[in-house]
Design a protein around this ligand. Sequence first.
Ligand code: ZN
Ligand code: ZN
Length: 196
Amino acid sequence: MLAERGGIAVRIDGFGYWRPNDAAGWKSPEPGSLVAYDFKPWWVVDIRMDVENRKNPGAKYTVYRLRPADVGDSADHDIHIGWTNRQYPQIINEHYGLCVHCNELLPCREMMAEQAAVRDMKNMARYETPGVCPSCEEPVTHRQTSETFPNVVVPIGPPVTFHAGRRQCRRAMEEYRVKVGQPESQLRLDGGEPGV
Ligand SMILES: [Zn+2]
Ligand SMILES: [Zn+2]
């Protein structure tokens, strides 16, 4: 979860951050608010502050009792979800839309997966041309300081070469190095020509 400007965007593994299309404002919810959680709409039944939890000693949770928006007054399906400090579920518009295929709030999980797949494909395309730095997508010339790695993004793709002397490319390269799991290289990396 990520708190930002008083509202929350929810991090979904593999998808990035999710924010409902029908999000309404940035205020924290009150009992009676309609909120989004786990791609579904819920009414907030009550809120308890400063709740402690053995799993995370010292942290204070705000615990929301949530009721599925479509079950009427029945408490049978209520859930209790706790957030630490300034995080809370996103309030949504009472005229919310649901996906006709899966009945989830929009963008639904399937749409998120499609968007993630498009992102992955765009990202992979950056690692498919030998001698082109995946960070800036420009060719790496022999005069430029560079470093080459095995390709772990496109396994059958060419080796991956980064500009080691360009600040942005080098930052991307260091992240890539971690991904590759290579030990710190012997190459001195601060020898990039200025302005290159
Ligand atoms: Zn759907
Ligand atoms: Zn580059």
